[in-house]
Design a protein around this ligand. Sequence first.
Ligand SMILES: [Zn+2]
Length: 344
Amino acid sequence: MWRVVGQDRAVAALQRGLAEGKLAHAYLFVGPPRVGKGTLARELAQALNCQGGDPPCQECSQCRRIAAGIHADVQVVSVETGGDGGPFDFAQGRPHKDISIEQIREIERAVSLRPFEGRCRVIIIDPADALNEEAQNAFLKTLEEPPPNVVFVLVTTRPQALRATIHSRCQRVELAPLPLPQVEAALREGWQATPGQAHLLARLSRGCLGWAIAALQDEKVLRARREELTRIRNLAAGGIQERFTDASKTAKRFQGERAAVLAVLDLWREWWRDVLLMAAGCEESVTNVDLGDILRGDAARYDVAGVTRFLRSLAACKRYLEENVNARLALEVLMLELPAPRSA
Ligand SMILES: [Zn+2]
């Protein structure tokens, strides 16, 4: 039984390959952070080694050892995470470090040996976009002459960071965000969330169940979100000097914690979008369902045209940051567009 939630198409594709004995030597799992890519990779490793009737049975010793991360033939190649990198951003917040060529050499040595305790070696590279140029080159050679009894799973949120030659040697499997009611139901049924928690976290998760589970299990996540929202609301009410100081701080932070800063901008976007929805009387569509009173207050305090302009500016700023335009300048321009509350 496959346990990954809501990825029926991806699971069906893998099951077909297993049933027909036509699995690829290498897969590329693509999708947003915390949508289930890592879980699916582990379950593929289980299915390939399972000794039960309905692989992955989750019960046999192979399945259990893989789930516990102690199976000798299933290896996850990753980067040092260096603690939690950003407020809302579990999967991407890790500092930008590369998977080195030494790590690839180690894999080459491992895959040249027969599987030790299972039928098939599975090498999971997560995140594959952390393979640097040199490591991608070295890894390509392994992909070109795949050893028997080995399946590679490359996991990424940023497939564009991988070379075309790597893409062409991997079978691509897309994982899409889940519908929110499905996240909500899974949180209640599988992770004992209260109806209120499930309702809120499903909306904040943008359909990424893994994020919602992490936020359910670690209260730091929601606390950081509240703090970040307070900060942006204070900045909107504050003066220009304050906003520029903030822009400069955020620009510095962007150098080391790129994904975390982008995640903060997404949070801002959701907040101001909610303010507009409230102003339009569409309360049932807001994301920040736990902060309805504050949203209602802001909807009365801010001018719709100003908020709309800021949202456009926010989208442009995010684009500039992704394209590596001068971060400080982009953030300063954004700060100039922050809507100001009507004076009481
Ligand atoms: Zn099994």
